[in-house]
Design a protein around this ligand. Sequence first.
Ligand code: URA
Length: 257
Amino acid sequence: MNGAADLLSRYLRQRVELGETELVFEGQPLRSLKEAASVSVAPTPSRTTDRTTHRPIAAAGTRPSGVEPPPLVALGSLGELGRIASVCTACELAETRNHVVFGEGSAQADLVVVGEAPGADEDRSGRPFVGRAGKLLDQLLAAIGFPRESVYICNVLKCRPPRNRNPSPDEVASCSPFLQRQLALLQPKAILACGTFSAQTLLESSEPIGRLRGVVHAFEGIPLVPTYHPAALLRNPGWIRPVWEDLQRLRTLLDAE
Ligand code: URA
């Protein structure tokens, strides 16, 4: 087990052993907390797509000529949106990606988790949060009673930035319409924004995550809880407590829905 996951596990076990109830969520049986505590952790030269509509400006090569996709706001299902994303060439990341990582999970999910961008594992598999940070995310979600399959998980960027560099403002601007449409279609009861880019993008803020977290915000009327990114948590196990507090805040607000 790695440092942060181990710490989380020990933290939860300690709570159980101490008989503390303050970290146990209402309606969440103690057994789940015990189970959670024992889980192991395992040159793009020219723009080819109009940024606002994601329509190809030049023939993308994958579509029959003359057939244009509708603007994203007109798309009525995640499936249709995902198909458009899978051939998107709106930014340079299309040149280097192996897979577009659109997102996955239940279309009826109460909770949507929004991360930053796919990493190497996600680019290889086409699935969000499947690497080390993803394993930790799964554990954290399970600890508050949300198994991975009960939530919807996606990222701000749908394609991996080379060498996991930070997304550029241009890439965020190009890709955000997909996230916005995803959230409009999903209409979750709450959003968990993991990390600086996710929280800043959804809240249209330039505040650091350390200042954004700690309170419930809203995105288009949907309660939004910002927290540290699980990858950052792996590097800074000391953040487990604030993350845990954020997750409790999330659980409490979902319980009240
Ligand atoms: N980090 C993210 O922000 N998203 C992923 O899908 C994987 C790692």
